[in-house]
Design a protein around this ligand. Structure first.
Ligand code: SF4
Length: 346
C-alpha cells in the first residue's frame, strides 16, 4: 500500500472489509508490519504497579476502581512499591492507578523521585493523561508544569491509557466524569513538546460505530503528524467482566480487525501492541500476523485488566514470551523501554 490510507478507504475496510473479507484486511496489515519490522516480535521484562484503585470517577466499564470509602479499595505504600520493583529485576515499571486524594501530585512526584534514586537505569512509564489532568486540577498547576516536574524528577514516558474512545456520545453515556478527547490529546501534545514520548490506546467494545473507531485513529494520526511523540499504539479489548459486558459482536476476530485497521491507519506510529492480558494469549500471538509487532511485557502485578474480568495469567516469564512468539512463527526479541534490544546473559 504505497499511498497513505484515507478516510473513505479506511471506512470501506472497516465496514465491508472486516465483515466480508477479514483475511484480506489482515494480509494488508501484515505487509505493512513486515515492511517495518520484518519477522521480529518484541517484548519487555516489565512490572505494572497500580498504587491505588481508589478513584473519584465512576466509569461504567471499569471493574478496577472503588469509590472512596467503598469496600475493596486499597492503597500501597512507597516501601512496598520499591520492594516489588527490586524483587522484579524489571527493565521498565508501568505505574497507573485511580484518582485518589491520598495519592496527590506531591506524593506521586515523590514516588517517582524515590524510584529514580533507587533504580537509575529503570525506564519509568507513569501516569495516564487522566492522572496528569487530576494532578494539575488538584494542585492548581498548569499541565505543562506538572509534566516538566515529572520529567525533571525521572519520568521517561507516559502510558496511553484513559483515551477510551474519542466519542462524546459514548463518553456521556459511560464515562461522563472523565476527561474527553480534546483534553487527552492536549496533554499528550504538551508531553511530546517537552520531549516526553507517550503511548496511545483505544478501548473497543463500548458499542462504538466504525466511524467512531476511525475518528479516534485519525485524530491520533493527525497529532502524530505534528509531534511524532507517540511510540506505540495499544488497542484494548473491553473485558467480559466489565460492567455491561462486551458487545455481542465482539470476539477474537473483532480484536484482530481492530489491530489490522490500526496498523493501516497509523502509518506514522512505529509500534502496534498486542496487549495479551486483554486479548488472551492465543489471540495476541495470532495478532502478530495482523499488524502487531510487540507483545508488551511480563507485567507482574497488573490489576486493571484482571479486576475487569481478564482471565489471562497475571504475569508471564520472559521465557514464556519467547516461547509464545516462536510458536507463532516470529523471531522473539527482548527490548527495553526505549525499544532498544536487550541481550540476556542467561
Ligand atoms: S477507568 Fe480510570 S478514571 Fe475511570 S473509574 Fe476506573 S480508574 Fe477511575
Amino acid at each position: 500500500m504505497a499511498e497513505r490510507i484515507g478516510w473513505d478507504q479506511a471506512l470501506s475496510l472497516a465496514r465491508s472489509g472486516a465483515r466480508e473479507d477479514p483475511m484480506r484486511l489482515g494480509e494488508l496489515a501484515d505487509q505493512v508490519r513486515r515492511a517495518r519490522h520484518g519477522n521480529r516480535a518484541t517484548f519487555i521484562h516489565n512490572l505494572q504497579i497500580n498504587p491505588s484503585n481508589v478513584c473519584v470517577r465512576d466509569c461504567a466499564f471499569c471493574g478496577f476502581a472503588a469509590l472512596p470509602g467503598e469496600p475493596g479499595g486499597y492503597s500501597l505504600d512507597e516501601e512496598d512499591i520499591l520492594g516489588e520493583i527490586a524483587a522484579s529485576g524489571a527493565a521498565e515499571v508501568h505505574i497507573v492507578g485511580g484518582l485518589n486524594r491520598e495519592w496527590d501530585f506531591n506524593r506521586s512526584l515523590g514516588l517517582i523521585a524515590r524510584i529514580r534514586r533507587a533504580f537509575p537505569q529503570l525506564h519509568i512509564k507513569a501516569f495516564t493523561a487522566v492522572e496528569i489532568d487530576w494532578f494539575a486540577c488538584q494542585s492548581e498547576i498548569p499541565v505543562r508544569e506538572v509534566l516538566e516536574s515529572l520529567k525533571q524528577t525521572g519520568l521517561d514516558c507516559i502510558p496511553g491509557g484513559g483515551a477510551e474512545i474519542f466519542s462524546e456520545r459514548i463518553r456521556k453515556r459511560l464515562f461522563p466524569r472523565k476527561i474527553g478527547a480534546d483534553r487527552w490529546l492536549e496533554i499528550h501534545e504538551t508531553a511530546h513538546r517537552l520531549g516526553i514520548p507517550s503511548n496511545a490506546t483505544l478501548l473497543h467494545g463500548l458499542g462504538e460505530t466504525p466511524e467512531e473507531r476511525l475518528g479516534h485513529l485519525f485524530r491520533l494520526r493527525e497529532l502524530q503528524d505534528r509531534t511524532g511523540g507517540f511510540v506505540s499504539f495499544v488497542p484494548l479489548a473491553l473485558q467480559t467482566g466489565a460492567a455491561g459486558g462486551r458487545e455481542s459482536t465482539m470476539g477474537p476476530l473483532d480484536d484482530l480487525v481492530m489491530i489490522a485497521l490500526s496498523r493501516l491507519v497509523l502509518d506514522n506510529i512505529p509500534h502496534i501492541k498486542a496487549y495479551w492480558p486483554m486479548l488472551g494469549l492465543s489471540t495476541a500471538a495470532v495478532a502478530l500476523g495482523w499488524g502487531a509487532d510487540d507483545l508488551d511485557g511480563t507485567l507482574g502485578l497488573e490489576k486493571v485488566a484482571h479486576a475487569s474480568g481478564a482471565d489471562t495469567p497475571r504475569a508471564l516469564a520472559a521465557g514464556e514470551m519467547v516461547r509464545l512468539i516462536r510458536e507463532a512463527g516470529y523471531e522473539p526479541q527482548e527490548r527495553n523501554g526505549s525499544y532498544q534490544w536487550v541481550t540476556r546473559s542467561a
